[in-house]
Design a protein around this ligand. Structure first.
Ligand code: F6R
Length: 626
């Protein structure tokens, strides 16, 4: 989704803004722009479509635009097509052409999010003589700020407060006022924005990596809060216009964690980080050794009493995080014996059937800002249900609003296609399964220690799987022209297939589908023809024969078979054309190493086809719109 940045300080703003936008490129965008102010002069606005590099070239890396205070934006089109005119920044004044140049205007601003009632507001503003040059909701928002600022002759914070009371939707909004040089004013609701500061400079951004080269001191601005930013200073306000105190958070990642570190793409770097981040996540919650080893969720806030009391678990999430939920469902139901329902957050949020009493709703999200997941969380809370978030981004909306929060320690994930955050989410859900099973007396001490031991072995098993990556690379080269790929499996293997298939289609653009293996013959098998690649996940011993039979049904219709199973099950080669093995581990947890070959397959197919692996078309990293 869109990315926003802002800077006010002692350096020239242009290069700092472009550097920040570059760090936010992973969020997905189709146009970009900056507005920089030089003292009391009007803002100079530059907008380009396509890659950020176009804006870098237009502005000589930002150096061609004078001034030490500015805002910038990468736009992922929602209202109005990708075009220079619709690109941000937007201005309150009348504007001809695409809006680039020194634009005479009282208010200039950038916005990430969606203003739901923008048409009604636009009509109101038109009645007051405002004319619009773009199709965006953002232009309406900026003009509304202008309207309240002029009409009530109030200060900028009051004008922003009046604006945000009037709009419905989500926004991370940053504006500059012509008559207030060297200051940026911001407001936020349901779209990510952080404020960073050092002694002489202040930054704003949609995400931490954009400012890490300059400061680690970050403030999280809450919903319906505003701030006034000047060089080295940030003052925060609530909706009543009262000053509020905020604690500064020290970001512990190092800036290199958000760089490619010698890898060709972020995705392959992040795939290789999985042993390390899994280990970090495990050691955040597992303590002690030998007989004393235990899972400690006290930081999460979940007590044994709580874990005993729930009679139903719901898991709501989107995309890959939903696939984690699907896998967790099988594992939790089996280990804990508690019913689990997995829901797509976009559906769950509108369910009218209610939530059973005594339930726990688990929301899984890497970004902690996914609009549907956040809405599902709020819906559950409104119904009085307890909520637990499994989240990667510290201080994100979902992390802050859930009753309990279990952080994954995946570090910054830049590639749009998730890999390491997905794996850490799986690990957190397995830790929960084992902790719940122990609390509810479903497993004894010995089984408890056995499961923890198996979990602790996962980082090494991912490492071992990665060491076999050349075979996958070879196979990908052979299948680079595939048109359709089917993934089939049962139970946990079906959940693995869902994620394998998504990894494939989102970055390689090859059509693929995941099917519960027994379901294929109820219709979809008609699509299998000579040479169609069918990948069977065969990690579950009790379901192995069944899935093999379904694969053979495909083979007899011409399919080429790849089997994904564990070390030792070498007889798979009697049936499949190509076999991939992952190390053995308790089969509840084998999804962690088993996803790695499928991540690699998606990656290498994308590379073979010369595609933009880290920023696949039409996709955004953090989906903050419904
Ligand atoms: C796919 C992918 C997406 C996300 C989904 C949820 O590779 O990354 O499907 O899993 O958009 O995002 P989060 O986890 O941020 O809520």
């Amino acid at each position: 989704m869109c990315g926003i940045v802002g800077y006010v300080g002692t350096q020239q703003a242009g290069p700092v803004l472009l550097e920040g936008l570059e760090k936010l490129e992973y969020r997905g965008y189709d146009s970009a722009g900056i507005a920089v102010r030089n003292g009391s002069e009007d803002a100079e606005v530059v907008k380009t479509i396509g890659r950020l590099q176009n804006l870098v070239e237009r502005t000589d890396g930002g150096k061609a635009v004078a001034g030490t205070c500015g805002i910038g934006h990468t736009r992922w089109a929602t209202h109005g097509a990708p075009s220079k005119t619709n690109a941000h920044p937007h201005v309150s004044g009348n504007c001809t052409g695409s809006g680039s140049g020194r634009v005479e205007s009282l208010v200039v601003g950038v916005h990430n999010g969606i203003i739901e009632n923008y048409q009604e507001l636009k009509a109101k503003l038109e009645r007051h003589g405002y004319a619009f040059y773009s199709q965006t909701d953002t232009e309406v928002l900026i003009k509304l700020v202008d309207y309240y600022y002029r009409k009530y002759k109030v200060g900028p914070i009051d004008a922003l407060a009046k604006t945000i009371v009037r709009v419905r939707g989500s926004y991370a909004l940053a504006v500059m006022f012509k008559d207030i040089p060297d200051k940026i004013f911001v407001a936020r609701k349901d779209s990510p924005m952080i404020i960073g500061k050092n002694d002489h400079e202040t930054f704003l951004a949609s995400d931490v990596p954009a400012i890490l080269n300059h400061t680690r001191q970050v403030y999280y601005i809450g919903n319906l809060e505003m701030a006034e930013l000047s060089a080295g200073k940030a003052v925060f306000y609530n909706l009543d216009g009262d000053v509020i105190e905020k604690e500064v958070t020290n970001i512990e990642w190092d800036a290199e964690a958000a760089e490619k570190g010698g890898y060709e793409h972020f995705m392959i770097k992040e795939i290789h980080e999985q042993p390390k981040v899994s280990e970090d996540t495990l050691h955040k919650y597992v303590f002690g050794e030998g007989k004393n080893v235990k899972i400690d969720l006290s930081e999460v806030g979940l007590t044994e009493e709580k874990m005993k009391a729930y009679s139903q678990i719901y898991i709501a999430a989107c995309g890959s995080a939903w696939h984690v939920g699907m896998e967790a469902q099988y594992v939790i139901e089996e280990l804990v014996g508690i019913p689990v329902r997995v829901e797509l957050a976009s559906e769950f949020r509108y369910r009218k059937s209610g939530i059973l009493p005594n339930s726990l709703v688990i929301i899984i999200s890497q970004s902690g800002e996914t609009a549907d997941s956040l809405a599902a969380l709020r819906m559950a809370k409104e119904k009085g249900t307890e909520t637990l978030a499994i989240v990667n981004v510290v201080g994100s909306s979902i992390a802050r609003e859930a009753d309990y929060c279990m952080y994954t320690l995946a570090g910054p994930e830049i590639s749009v296609a998730t890999t390491k955050a997905y794996t850490c989410q799986l690990i957190c859900s397995f830790l929960l399964a084992v902790a719940f099973a122990k609390a509810r007396g479903r497993i004894d001490e010995e089984q408890y220690r056995y499961y923890i031991g198996e979990l602790l072995s996962l980082p090494g098993k991912i490492e071992a799987t990665l060491s076999d990556k050349e075979r996958i690379q070879w196979f990908a080269a052979k299948y680079a022209n595939a048109r359709d790929i089917f993934f089939i499996g049962r139970g946990i293997d079906y959940a693995i297939c869902l994620e394998g298939s998504l990894k494939m289609k989102e970055i390689s653009y090859i059509h693929s589908e995941a099917y519960a293996a027994g379901e294929l013959k109820h219709g979809t098998i008609s699509l299998i023809e000579d040479g169609t690649l069918v990948i069977g996940a065969l990690t579950q011993s009790d379901l192995y024969e069944k899935t093999i039979s379904n694969m053979m049904e495909c083979k007899s219709r011409g399919a080429y078979l790849m089997g994904l199973t564990s070390y030792g099950k070498y007889d798979v080669e009697d049936n499949v054309n190509f076999a991939v093995y992952v190390p053995r581990v308790d089969e509840h947890f084998i999804g962690v190493p088993a996803i790695v070959p499928l991540q690699l397959l998606g990656y290498y197919l994308s590379v073979s086809n010369g595609l933009d692996v880290d920023k696949p078309r039409n996709l955004a990293k953090s989906v903050t719109v419904e």
